[in-house]
Design a protein around this ligand. Structure first.
Ligand code: AMP
Ligand code: ZN
Length: 112
């Protein structure tokens, strides 16, 4: 499968890693939209949030269990935003599920 985030997960494409274990990887976004902009992915290919189910949701829970540690490691004491874009209308451009962890500035709400 020609998936850029699978290639990042297996090391074929380089990334600036900020956290890694056997199940997930967090790395810096190439085109940051905030002073801190990290992408967190499962190493297993899940296309998008529509494909999360009772069989594969443990890895998504695992991502969320590591978010506090990753956010603290990036100095985000004042809070952060987690974003998942699912599908075309939401602006998903890479079809391997990922969570944007963004911080270091204030954000408006509702988002765009
Ligand atoms: P989305 O639009 O939610 O699918 O987000 C995809 C994100 O991946 C964008 O913020 C891109 O800047 C980022 N991105 C694409 N290719 C790479 C890469 N090779 N390394 C790091 N970030 C990337
Ligand atoms: Zn993939």
């Amino acid at each position: 499968m020609d998936c850029i985030f699978c290639k990042i997960a297996n090391g074929e494409i380089p990334s600036t890693k900020v956290y890694e274990d056997d199940k997930i990887l967090a790395f810096k976004d190439l085109d940051p939209q905030a002073p801190v902009h990290i992408l967190i992915i499962p190493k297993e290919h899940i296309k998008w949030a529509y494909d999360v189910n009772s069989e594969n949701c443990a890895v998504i829970a695992h991502i969320f269990s590591k978010i506090p540690e990753i956010a603290r490691s990036q100095g985000l004491e004042n809070g952060f935003r987690i974003v998942n874009n699912c599908g075309e209308s939401a602006g998903q451009t890479v079809h391997h599920i990922h969570f944007h962890l963004m911080g270091g500035r204030d954000f408006g709400w509702p988002a765009g």
